[in-house]
Design a protein around this ligand. Structure first.
Ligand SMILES: [Cu+2]
Length: 318
């Protein structure tokens, strides 16, 4: 029995066995230090809140969409406005203008219609115009572009910190101030469809965050470069081994939002999806409690928090 438990613990640590399998076998959460331990239901007295159902077309791609996903963060709305109102119309106008010039030159100045070509090599006015106009266009684009960049790199004070670690080929999440950590693996297609979730985007474990909270995301990796991102939040950051990168988001609407790994990271790169559930603050507190965690400042009273791996306790008291 002990050997079997050890095998399951090792398998779960490498993301090969679902956490539930380990929890079903283990009578109590043995402090093995594996990331799946907090999921053990035996220690949590608070029931987990129900999983929200995703809404078609929100937080996930849809077959008839050609634009960006609906944005649920302020940065995302700014970026979508920049893309939809400034960049796309400008690109379309410039492309049509150049196409019209090319067609005009091809027909008006073809050999049949214009047998004696002009010998002019310079036109000062024209040269000033075609230098100045593109410069002015670029300056006009630079203003909202730099404003957006500055906004992205000046995060407001964080309400919550989540450390995201990329692994071949799953994600590990840690709430260092709350004593919660777990692994998230892809959900099998049949299970995802049965639950009304998009296949290959659904994950067995979701990152849960409160609505309206500034979430600081710290990314790193255990093996190769991965990239964590969620299009509906306009957030994406490389997860690089030996290094911690920082980004942030603030989701202003509750719901379920999906992302994937955005860096080609190996054979199963396409099978490490990201699912984020944005919930009301009360539901978030319930979720943290159901995982044996605690809100920052509150005493780690639950048995699961007391039995949590040493690394979790250290980071929780920081
Ligand atoms: Cu990856």
């Amino acid at each position: 029995m002990k050997t079997l438990l050890k095998l399951f613990a090792i398998a779960a640590a490498f993301g090969m066995a679902p956490a539930a399998a380990l929890a079903a076998v283990a009578p109590a959460p043995a402090a093995t230090g594996n990331a799946a331990a907090p999921a053990a239901p035996a220690a949590a007295s608070v029931p987990a809140p129900p999983r929200a159902a995703p809404v078609a077309g929100v937080g996930q791609p849809s077959p008839d969409r050609i634009g960006l996903q609906p944005q649920v963060s302020e940065i995302g709305e700014q970026a979508a406005w920049f893309h939809d109102i400034i960049l796309m119309p400008l690109i379309v106008a410039i492309s049509l203008f150049v196409l019209a010039l090319l067609l005009w030159v091809m027909f008006r100045y073809r050999r049949g219609a214009n047998p004696a070509p002009s010998r002019n090599t310079h036109n000062t006015t024209l040269e000033i115009v075609w230098t100045l106009v593109p410069v002015l266009i670029l300056v006009a684009i630079a203003v909202p572009s730099i404003r957006l960049l500055a906004h992205q790199y000046n995060p407001p004070p964080a309400d919550l910190t989540v450390k995201v670690t990329g692994n071949q080929w799953y994600w590990s999440y840690e709430y260092p101030d709350m004593g919660v950590n777990f692994d998230a693996n892809i959900m099998p297609d049949d299970q995802a469809v049965a639950r009304g979730e998009p296949r290959q985007l659904a994950a067995d474990e979701r990152l849960v965050v409160p609505v309206g909270a500034v979430v600081k995301i710290l990314t790193t990796s255990n093996d190769v470069i991965h990239s964590w991102g969620v299009p509906a939040f306009w957030v994406k950051m490389d997860a690089v081994p030996g290094r911690i990168n920082e980004t942030w988001f603030r989701a202003d609407r509750t719901g379920v939002y999906y992302g994937v790994c955005y860096e080609l990271c190996g054979a199963r790169h396409g099978y490490m999806p990201i699912a984020v559930e944005v919930v009301e603050p009360a539901q978030f507190r319930q979720w943290i409690a159901s995982r044996g965690g605690h809100m920052p400042g509150a005493a780690a009273a639950t048995p699961a928090a007391a039995a949590a791996p040493a690394t979790t306790n250290q980071s929780a008291t920081r």
